[in-house]
Write a protein that binds this ligand. Structure first.
Ligand code: AHG
Length: 336
């Protein structure tokens, strides 16, 4: 069998990166491996989602007898489990949980990172076979190593993330993660069960043709946002408009596409949701970090997302994110 040894697996890649830092402890590589393992397990269940009603799950046949584990709870438990058993994480914050979980055992208390995640974003799309995803952010804790982590370790501005990433469960399954050294994408090779480096050193094109927004909320958006959206639909020799509108309703898939192809994704404030819908800690911050490391921009319409000081684990924020030149154009409308 031909094996292409030029292709690095996720583990090989992180170890190569590690070797370039003689003082590195390997905790981050280990943490990424843990997340990769959870992602593979979640992927197996996501791929079976349509079969659950036919086959049942762990003996619990559904056909409306319910009792089948919800996939987002399953995803949450997988991530929590690998991070608790690993050597790199002192505690987690999850979109699924009201409060942080402090692991508080000897190994975890001696770990230097805490992790925030949205275990299964876009879960409303599971039933209709549309891409969904997992999003995560990694922070270096600010409390002393050797003690249990605390909420203050989590309530740090996104700029303090040391890494952030996502997994998109789509036509293929991909894990993309960013550190300050850049953004790299790995595609799951189902034949060997490994994430393989398929998209090295991802850069978000400075401009693109795609804008992504929920048009159903159009009349609830602020005037500047409405004018920008109008502008996206017009012929404009400066911007290359009109743009193409693409919005799946699964942020991971929408932002992933725009990261690769160039584009802008918006979830603005609405009159019903004055702070928007997306969560700062679990959705906005990780994506803002990834996009910025790839050369793009992310704001809440006024402030750089990564500089917002969070006050609540579950706080929401409007989000505008994407290619730098398109973001600049948007800002001209918002500031007019
Ligand atoms: P959920 O996980 O509840 O399905 O929410 C998904 C998020 C995000 O991924 C997506 O972009 C956005 O909500 C879609 O919201 P609207 O349906 O309001 O546009």
């Amino acid at each position: 069998m031909f094996i292409n040894r030029k292709i690095l697996t996720l583990d090989e890649f992180t170890i190569h990166q590690l070797r370039q830092f003689p003082t590195a402890t390997g905790e981050l590589s280990s943490l990424l491996r843990d997340i990769g393992l959870a992602a593979k397990r979640i992927n197996v269940e996501v791929n079976k989602a349509g079969l659950v009603d036919i086959l049942g799950d762990a003996g619990a046949v559904n056909v409306q007898g319910e009792d089948v584990k919800k996939l987002d709870v399953y995803a949450n438990n997988q991530l929590m489990g690998v991070l608790q058993h690993g050597i790199s994480c002192a505690g987690i914050g999850s979109e699924e949980l009201d409060d942080i979980i402090v692991f508080n055992d000897d190994v975890s208390n001696n770990s230097k990172y805490v992790v925030t995640f949205d275990p299964l974003d876009g879960s409303g799309n599971i039933d209709v076979n549309i891409s969904i995803g997992t999003i995560f952010g990694v922070y270096r804790r600010i409390t002393a190593i050797g003690t249990p982590c605390e909420k203050q370790d989590f309530l740090q501005p996104g700029i303090r993330q040391v890494a952030a990433g996502y997994i998109v469960y789509g036509s293929s399954t991909m894990l993309v993660y960013a550190t300050r050294r850049g953004v790299n994408g790995f595609t799951l090779d189902p034949a060997i069960g490994e994430f393989c480096l398929s998209h090295p050193d991802i850069k978000c094109p400075p401009s693109g043709k795609i804008y992504s927004v929920n048009h159903g909320n159009f009349f609830q958006y602020a005037e500047g946002v409405r004018k920008y959206i109008d502008g996206c639909q017009k012929k404009d020799k400066n911007t290359g408009g009109p743009y193409t509108q693409r919005y799946i309703g699964s942020m991971v898939a929408d932002v992933h596409r725009n990261l690769i192809k160039g584009g802008i994704f918006m979830y603005p404030a609405t009159t019903d949701k004055p702070n928007g819908k997306l969560r700062l800690m679990y959705e906005c911050n990780p994506f803002a970090f990834i996009i910025e490391m790839a050369g793009g921009k992310a704001t809440d319409g006024k402030n750089r997302i990564l500089e917002i000081q969070p006050t609540d684990l579950h706080q929401r924020s409007p989000l505008f994110i994407g290619s730098s030149e398109m973001m600049h154009e948007l800002e001209n409308y918002l500031n007019a």
